[in-house]
Design a protein around this ligand. Structure first.
Ligand SMILES: [Zn+2]
Length: 972
C-alpha cells in the first residue's frame, strides 16, 4: 500500500539508464585506445557544457548503432529496421507521426486524437471492423498488442508481438501501416459512431487535476499555442465537426516526410526494406506542403503564479517549474546530451533523497515532495524545466512551497555533499550495470522505443556496448563539482522563468492560497540565509552478527517442471529453477500457511497496515532512512503480502546482489526494526488520502465493490481517517513476527540467473538458520456474498460518470488446469462480445472488460466472473442489461468466430510467458502450495476448447445463483 499523490504522470524523460535502449556493438576496437579517446571526449564535453551550448560543432558525436538499418525514401519517409530475437520469433511494427494536437487549427481541437480512433475503423485495405478481425486471426489482441496514442506533438500507432512464422502475416502488418499512413477512409457513418466513444473517453479521464491543468494551461503557457491544445480537444467540436474537416487535417499532416516506420524483431531486414520501398515509395508529397514547425514557449521575465481549485481535489498540490531552453536538437547527437542527462539524473536523485529524509521530520509541512527534470509540464518539447512538486499538510500550502524552494536554494548555494554524491553515483552505476548485463536479451519494444525517440526527438541511439562504456567512463571520472555546477545552473533564484501552480480543494468557508501570497513567500525564501546540508550515514554491515548456518538435508528433482527441491535442516523447502530468460534477474518468493486466519481477533487497521508496517520500518540496526542509504548501489528489494490463509515475502535482485537479497529476507523474518518517524510520515500520507477519500469517485466505487463482494468485512474496506488513531504499531510488528519468524515453515522459490553452486552456501547461511516453529492450522476467514445482491448508489460529481460491475460466483467448481483455462477463455470471449455490443454498437462505455478470479484461500476454491465498465450515465441501464443478456446468451450460444481468436491469443501469450521468470514463479508456487500444475499440457487443453465446453462452464458458474451488481450513478 504505497501512497502516490500524483495523478499527473511524472515521466523522468531524462532519467535513468533503463529508459533509453541501446544495442550491442558489432564494431571491434582496441579497448585501451577507446578508453583514452572517450575520456578526452568526455572532458571536452564537460568543458563545453559549463561554457554553454554555443559551440555545437566542436562536440564529439555519438555513433549510431550499426545494427539498426536506417533509411529514407525520396518522399521523405524514414524507416528503422532491426533484426532481434527477444522475444523469440516475434516482431513489432510502429508508425510514428511527427504531428499531434499542436498542429490543429482553433476549429480542429480534438481532431488529431479523433483521427487516431478512426485509423482502426475503416481504411483502404481493411473496411470497417476488418482490421481488428484480421489481426486477431494472427494472434494480435486489440488494446494489448494493437494500439495508438496521441499527444500534443506526436501520434504513434503499433502492432506488437506478431508471430514471424508466416511471412504473409508480416506483409499484412506492413499493409496496415501503409493504410495508417495514407489510407484511413474516415467514413461519415463511422465518424458518427465514434463521437460518443470520445465523449466516454473524456468522461473517464476527467480528473480534478486534468480539469485544473486545462483551466490553467493558457496562463502556464502564456504566449504559446501549447496553452490551448490538450489532445482530447473540445467536446463541442467533437460533436459537430464535418467529416471533410477531419480529412483536411489528415491530408495536410499525415505525409511520408512526417512519418517514421520502425520494425524490430525476427525479420529479414533486406526483404522488409525492399517491401517498404515498394509499398510506400509511390506516396507523393505536394511541393508546397505545410511544414511542421516547433511551437515555442516564451520565457517569462516576471514569475507566474497560478492558483486553481476544484471541488473534487483531495489534497493540495504545488507544481513549481524553473524553465530553461532545452539542449538544441542538433546537439542531441553529441556527448553534451549524455553528460546533461547524467547530471540531471544525479541532481534529481540526490534532491529526492533529501526530500524523503525531510518528510520524516514531525514538523515538516509537506507529506510528500519530489523533483523531476524534463519537458516543461511534461508537455512542451521546446522548453525544459526542473519541476518541484509538493503535497502539503492541511493549511500548510505556503509553508510547503517555501520548504521545497528552500531545499532547491540550499542545493544552489552549497551543492550536495561528497557522501550523497558517492551514493547517487553508485546507484547510477548499479542500474547501468544491470542494463548492460542483460544486453543479449534486449526486447523488441526496448529497441523500438529508442528508435521512436530518435525519429521524433533526435535522441542518440548508440550501441549498448558504446553506451555502457561511455556512461561508465563518465560516471567514474566526472568530478563531483561538475554536478554541483550543473545543479546551480538549473535552479533559478530570481523571477525569470519561474512558474508556480497551486491546486487545491474548493470548499465552503475555506481560505485559498492567493498568487500574491505565493509571491511574498517566494521573496521571503530568497532573502533567507541557509546553512549547508549534513548527511548522516551508518557504516556497518547489514547483519551485525551472522547466524549459525544450517544444512541442506535432502535434494530431489522434478523433471516435469524442471526444478530442484531442497529440504533444509530446519524443515524449510527451497525450490530452485535456473533460467536464462533474463541475465539480470533473480526472483525469490517465500510463502507459508497462516495469514489473517491465524491472527485471531485483531483490530482491522492493524491487519490492513501489516505490509506498510514492514515497508516503512528499518531492519536490524538500521532505521528506514539508514537502510535506504546503505542499499544505494544495490539492486535488491523485498516486500510482504499477507492474505487470508497465507503470507508471502517477494524479492528480486541482480545476480551480483544476490547475497544482499538473502540478507534482506533474513532480516525481514527475524528483525524488523521499529522506526517511529518513518511510520508517522507514512501515516500522515494515509491520513491525507483518507480524509477526503469521498471526493475520489474511483476510491469510493472500489470500496463499495469490495464491501459488497465481502459482505462489509472491514478488512477489505478502505479505513476511515479516524481508524488510523487506533493503529498500534508495536502490536502490528508483533503480528508480523508471528507470521514470519518461523522460516522452517516456509517454501522459498528461487528463479532466474543464479550460480547453482554459489547459491547453496547462501541458502544454508540465511534460510536454514531460521527457527523451525510448529505447523499452523488455518481456518476459512473469507466472507463472500451469497445469492442475489444489489448495491446501487448515487454520488455527486463534477463530470457525470456511471460505474457498473456484475459479479457471478460459484463455490462448486474444482481447481484444475482445465477449469482455470475455461475461466480464462470464458472471460475473454465475454470481453469480445461486450466490446462489440456495449462499446461499439451502443457507445455506452469507452471500455468494458470481463475478468476471472479463483480464490484458493480456504478449503474450497471459489470462482468469480466479473464484468465491469465505466459508462455514460444515460446509457448505464443499457450497459447493465447487455452484460446480463450476453452472459446468459453465452450459456447456450458462443460463435466459433469468438472462440477461435481467443484460443489463438491464449496460445501465443502462453508461448511468450514460457520465457518469463514471473510466469514460472506463478506456476511453481501454485504447484507447491495447491498441488495444481498449470503448465503441463496447457496448450492441449486450450486447443481442445469448444464453444460447447465454454458454454457449459459459464452455465455452471451462473447456475449457483450468486450474482452481485454494484452501480454508482451521478447525483442529478
Ligand atoms: Zn482515445
Amino acid at each position: 500500500m504505497a501512497v502516490c499523490f500524483f495523478n499527473i504522470k511524472i515521466t523522468y524523460k531524462l532519467h535513468g539508464v533503463t529508459k533509453k535502449v541501446r544495442t550491442f556493438a558489432s564494431e571491434k576496437f582496441n579497448h585501451l585506445n577507446c578508453v583514452k579517446m572517450k575520456l578526452r571526449k568526455l572532458f571536452v564535453a564537460v568543458a563545453l557544457l559549463t561554457a554553454g551550448f554555443a559551440s555545437a560543432q566542436q562536440m564529439p558525436e555519438i555513433a549510431v548503432d550499426k545494427d539498426v538499418r536506417i533509411g529514407k525514401l525520396d518522399n521523405g519517409l524514414t524507416y528503422y529496421l532491426r533484426h532481434n530475437n527477444h522475444p523469440e520469433k516475434k516482431a513489432n511494427f510502429y508508425i510514428a507521426q511527427r504531428v499531434g494536437s499542436i498542429q490543429e487549427d482553433d476549429s480542429q481541437q480534438g481532431l488529431a486524437h479523433f483521427l487516431e480512433h478512426m485509423a482502426f475503423n475503416g481504411s483502404e485495405h481493411f473496411p470497417s471492423g476488418k482490421m481488428l478481425e484480421y489481426l486477431q486471426t494472427i494472434g494480435v489482441q486489440f488494446g494489448r498488442s494493437l494500439n495508438a496514442y496521441t499527444s500534443i506533438d506526436r501520434t504513434v500507432y503499433y502492432i506488437a508481438d506478431v508471430t514471424t512464422e508466416r511471412q504473409s502475416a508480416l506483409d499484412s502488418c506492413l499493409l496496415v501501416l501503409r493504410d495508417w499512413s495514407s489510407g484511413i477512409t474516415a467514413e461519415p457513418a463511422e465518424i458518427e459512431k465514434e463521437r460518443d466513444v470520445i465523449h466516454n473517453e473524456y468522461r473517464m479521464r476527467n480528473s480534478p487535476n486534468q480539469r485544473m491543468i486545462e483551466r490553467a494551461l493558457p496562463t502556464l503557457f502564456q504566449g504559446s499555442k501549447y496553452g490551448f491544445r490538450m489532445p482530447i480537444g473540445k467536446m463541442e467540436i467533437i460533436d459537430n465537426f464535418k467529416p471533410e474537416e477531419l480529412i483536411a487535417y489528415y491530408k495536410k499532416w499525415y505525409r511520408p516526410d512526417n512519418q517514421g516506420i520502425i520494425i524490430v524483431g525476427d525479420i529479414d531486414v533486406d526483404y522488409t526494406e525492399a517491401l517498404i520501398k515498394k509499398m510506400f515509395g509511390d506516396i507523393k508529397v505536394a511541393p508546397d506542403a505545410a511544414k511542421v514547425i516547433d511551437e515555442p514557449v516564451p520565457d517569462n521575465e516576471q514569475a507566474i503564479y497560478v492558483a486553481e481549485k476544484d471541488k473534487e481535489q483531495q489534497y493540495p498540490v504545488l507544481m513549481l517549474s524553473m524553465k530553461r531552453d532545452p539542449i538544441p536538437t542538433d546537439m542531441k547527437k553529441t556527448m553534451a546530451y549524455l553528460v546533461t542527462n547524467y547530471l540531471s539524473s544525479l541532481t534529481c536523485e540526490m534532491l529526492n533523497n533529501r526530500f524523503s529524509e525531510i518528510q520524516q521530520q514531525p514538523d515538516c509541512p509537506f507529506v510528500q515532495a519530489q523533483v523531476s527534470d524534463g519537458h516543461y509540464i511534461q508537455l512542451a518539447r521546446t522548453k525544459d524545466a526542473m519541476m518541484l512538486i509538493g503535497v502539503a499538510k492541511e493549511g500548510k500550502e505556503i509553508e510547503t512551497m517555501q520548504a521545497v524552494m528552500r531545499e532547491a536554494k540550499r542545493v544552489h548555494d552549497f551543492g550536495f555533499t561528497a557522501t550523497e554524491f558517492a551514493r547517487a553515483k553508485d546507484e547510477y552505476l548499479s542500474r547501468l550495470e544491470k542494463y548492460y548485463t542483460n544486453r543479449d536479451k534486449m526486447k523488441n519494444d526496448q529497441f523500438a522505443d529508442s528508435y521512436i525517440e530518435h525519429f521524433l526527438e533526435n535522441d542518440p541511439i548508440p550501441s549498448v556496448e558504446d553506451y555502457y562504456q561511455t556512461m561508465n567512463m563518465l560516471a567514474q571520472n566526472l568530478p563531483f563539482e561538475v554536478v554541483n555546477q550543473y545543479a546551480q545552473q538549473i535552479i533559478s533564484t530570481d523571477d525569470k522563468n519561474l512558474v508556480a501552480f497551486q491546486m487545491e480543494q474548493e470548499k465552503d468557508g475555506k481560505t485559498y492560497v492567493a498568487p500574491e501570497a505565493m509571491k511574498k513567500a517566494t521573496e521571503a525564501v530568497r532573502a533567507e540565509t541557509l546553512t549547508a546540508w549534513v548527511d548522516n550515514v551508518k557504516q556497518e554491515p547489514l547483519i551485525a552478527q551472522m547466524p549459525k548456518a544450517g544444512k541442506i538435508a535432502k535434494e530431489t528433482e522434478n523433471k516435469t517442471l524442471g526444478y530442484k527441491e531442497l529440504t533444509l535442516s530446519n524443515g524449510a523447502k527451497v525450490i530452485l529453477k535456473k533460467t536464462d530468460f533474463k541475465d539480470d534477474e533473480v526472483m525469490m518468493q517465500a510463502e507459508a500457511k497462516g495469514g489473517y486466519s491465524i491472527l485471531g481477533k485483531e483490530a482491522a487497521i492493524n491487519l490492513q497496515l501489516l505490509e506498510p508496517a514492514q515497508m516503512y520500518s528499518g531492519l536490524g540496526n538500521f532505521s528506514k532512512s539508514e537502510l535506504d542509504k546503505a542499499l544505494a548501489g544495490k539492486q535488491a528489494s523485498v516486500s510482504l503480502n499477507v492474505k487470508e490463509e497465507r503470507q508471502y515475502i517477494s524479492g528480486r535482485s541482480v545476480p551480483k546482489d544476490l547475497e544482499t537479497l538473502f540478507q534482506l529476507f533474513y532480516l525481514t523474518q527475524t528483525n524488523i526494526n521499529k522506526d517511529e518517524k518513518s511510520m508517522a510520515s507514512f501515516l500522515n500520507q494515509m491520513q491525507m488520502v483518507l480524509k477526503n477519500k469521498s471526493l475520489n469517485h474511483q476510491l469510493v466505487y472500489q470500496d463499495s465493490l469490495e464491501s459488497t463482494k465481502n459482505c462489509g468485512n472491514p478488512l477489505y474496506r478502505m479505513p476511515e481517517a479516524d481508524d488510523l488513531s487506533k493503529f498500534d504499531y508495536e502490536r502490528t510488528l508483533q503480528l508480523l513476527k508471528q507470521l514470519y519468524q518461523n522460516g522452517g515453515q516456509f517454501t522459498y522459490t528461487i528463479i532466474g540467473n543464479f550460480d547453482e553452486q554459489a547459491i547453496r552456501p547462501l541458502i544454508e547461511q540465511y534460510i536454514a538458520s531460521l527457527p523451525t516453529g510448529k505447523a499452523v492450522k488455518t481456518t476459512d476467514v473469507r466472507t463472500f456474498f451469497k445469492g442475489r445482491v444489489e448495491n446501487r448508489f448515487e454520488k455527486e460529481m463534477e463530470t457525470p460518470q456511471a460505474q457498473t460491475t456484475q459479479i457471478w460466483k460459484n463455490e462448486n467448481i474444482a481447481y484444475t488446469l482445465e477449469n482455470k483455462v475455461l475461466l480464462d477463455a470464458a472471460t475473454r470471449v465475454l470481453t469480445r462480445i461486450y466490446l462489440r455490443t456495449i462499446r461499439e454498437e451502443e457507445s455506452a462505455a469507452y471500455n468494458v472488460g470481463c475478468g476471472g478470479q479463483i480464490s484458493t484461500m480456504g478449503p474450497k476454491p471459489v470462482f468469480f466472473i466479473t464484468a465491469q465498465a465505466p459508462t455514460n450515465p444515460d446509457k448505464q441501464k443499457i450497459a447493465e442489461d447487455l452484460m446480463m443478456k450476453y452472459i446468459t446468451e453465452a450459456t447456450t450460444k458462443i460463435a466459433d468466430d469468438d472462440l477461435n481468436p481467443v484460443k489463438e491469443i491464449m496460445l501465443k501469450q502462453a508461448d511468450d510467458a514460457n520465457r518469463e521468470n514471473g510466469h514460472w514463479m506463478d506456476v511453481l508456487t501454485e504447484w507447491t502450495a495447491e498441488g495444481v500444475d498449470l503448465q503441463t499440457g496447457y496448450a492441449d487443453v486450450v486447443k481442445a476448447l469448444t464453444p460447447a465446453k465454454v458454454q457449459k462452464f459459464i452455465a455452471d458458474v451462473l447456475a449457483a445463483g450468486n450474482h452481485a451488481s454494484v452501480v454508482m450513478m451521478p447525483k442529478k
